[in-house]
Design a protein around this ligand. Structure first.
Ligand code: NAI
Ligand code: NA
Length: 399
């Protein structure tokens, strides 16, 4: 078969395996020539390892100076009669191939990170493959649902505001168009459910479970990723349901930091830059901001993708001789270049003029779309998109 891109709204319904391989290699090449991570963790567990910031954290630690062995947990779909499978499935496979070529251990666990079974499996793999301890736990899950462990029913996150409804243009990547859409006010229940799914509770439960199993090394650290953004986006993000979940995560970091002190460890939240990932394309009314931001940051030469953000986090902020670099809330601010005053002034100017007719000119729509295609293995030079790929050959690739 010839694998073509299929987009429905903001969801990619196909992925190109060899394009995903290219995406992984491109990130590896970047970190190999970047400022290296010095004094980094050597045994790492990444929850949410197959794409976005989690995959970039794993690549940075393996190839960007730390030479780490890693376990990656993710929820992805393999090839079947129904389709080729998800991009993250192939990212896992090709990351592992490259890591093993470099002499590193890279174990992939594909399953539901919220389940007790996957926790058990991770502990077994830490004991079998990593000598029984991890030095760093990266928490980078992004999802819309989490099963309630008591009842088995699903908590569902919603992307809504907590103030007055917000009207804003939202992107459709299938039709390359912007359409007005209203972000409604969340109910108390919707806020609580979103906090359950995207807040810090599951992060804390993972750390507790690993601690009880005795697999956290002396000095073990943990990090989760957050977003705050500039004031123009507060109504849809920071003061919305997702912002509430992040606030919960920030508080969880304080609790975990206190607990990990007993083994000389620490917990941090890194606040990252707005980027195109499988998760972020769902945020309504956010696109005009990202389109303007990419335009301005590229012009200024300060634009970063996931891999640039993660390499800089770990080489300049997380492992440093003088201790980690944080703000007064103990947050690691990787959004410093995004929130630069002059950048934000220019972004506001562009946003004020942006309409459904001119957004592809005023904003960096080409760059946004390219990023989205690349997430799914499309749009790479050096990949033969006309090649005939058999289902059997894909089924032979194992995570
Ligand atoms: P992503 O969608 O690229 O990655 C999510 C990962 O979670 C994937 O590996 C996926 O397989 C895994 N996952 C989802 N549900 C799972 C489950 N039930 N069991 C096991 N694995 C599961 O997302 P992204 O954007 O990298 O997000 C990671 C974190 O970074 C999130 O907390 C997000 O809020 C945060 N962040 C994202 C920003 C952005 O602009 N994309 C900006 C700042 C923070
Ligand atoms: Na991730």
């Amino acid at each position: 078969m010839i694998i073509e891109p299929v987009i429905k709204g903001v969801v990619a319904r196909s992925a190109h395996p060899y394009g995903c391989q290219q995406a992984v290699r491109k990130q590896i090449d970047y970190v190999k020539q970047a400022n290296p991570i010095v004094g980094g963790a050597k045994r790492i567990l990444v929850l949410g390892a197959s794409s976005g910031f989690g995959l970039a954290s794993r690549i940075a630690h393996t190839f960007g100076g730390a030479e780490a062995d890693t376990i990656g947990v993710s929820f992805e779909r393999g090839p079947s009669e129904k389709g080729v499978g998800s991009a993250g499935w192939y990212n896992n496979i090709f990351f592992k191939q490259e890591a093993e070529k470099a002499g590193r251990i890279a174990t992939n666990i594909v399953g539901d990170a919220f389940s007790p079974q996957v926790r058990q499996q991770v502990i077994e793999v830490i004991n079998n493959d990593l000598g029984g301890k991890v030095d760093l736990v990266v928490y980078s899950l992004a999802t819309g649902v989490r099963p309630n462990p008591e009842t088995g029913e699903m908590w569902r996150s919603v992307i809504k505001t907590t103030g007055n409804p917000v009207v804003g243009p939202t992107l459709n990547l299938e039709t390359d168009s912007l359409a007005e859409m209203t972000v409604e006010t969340a109910t108390e229940q919707e806020i609580a459910d979103t906090v359950k799914v995207m807040g810090g509770e599951d992060w804390a439960s993972w750390i507790q479970c690993l601690s009880e199993a005795g697999v956290l090394a002396q000095g073990c650290r943990t990090v989760a990723y957050s977003y705050i953004g500039p004031e123009v986006t507060y109504p849809i993000y920071h003061h919305g349901t997702l912002g509430r979940a992040k606030e919960h995560m920030h508080n969880t970091a304080e609790t975990l930091n206190g607990q990990l002190a007993a083994i000389g460890g620490q917990a941090h939240v890194a606040v990252c830059k707005a980027l195109v990932t499988k998760a972020s394309v769902f945020i309504p009314a956010f696109t005009p901001y990202i389109l303007a931001l990419f335009k301005v940051m590229k012009q200024n030469g300060t634009h970063e993708g996931c891999i640039e953000q993660m390499q800089r986090l770990f080489n300049a902020r997380f492992y440093t001789a003088g201790g980690e670099v944080t703000d007064e809330q103990r947050l690691i601010r990787m959004d410093d270049w995004e929130l630069d005053q002059e950048v934000q002034r220019q972004v506001s100017e562009i946003m004020a003029d942006m309409t459904a007719d001119n957004f592809t000119d005023l904003g960096d729509y080409a760059g946004y779309k390219q990023d989205f295609m690349e997430l799914n293995g499309f749009g790479f030079t050096g990949v033969d998109y006309q090649q005939d790929i058999s289902l059997e050959s894909l089924q032979a690739l194992q995570p």
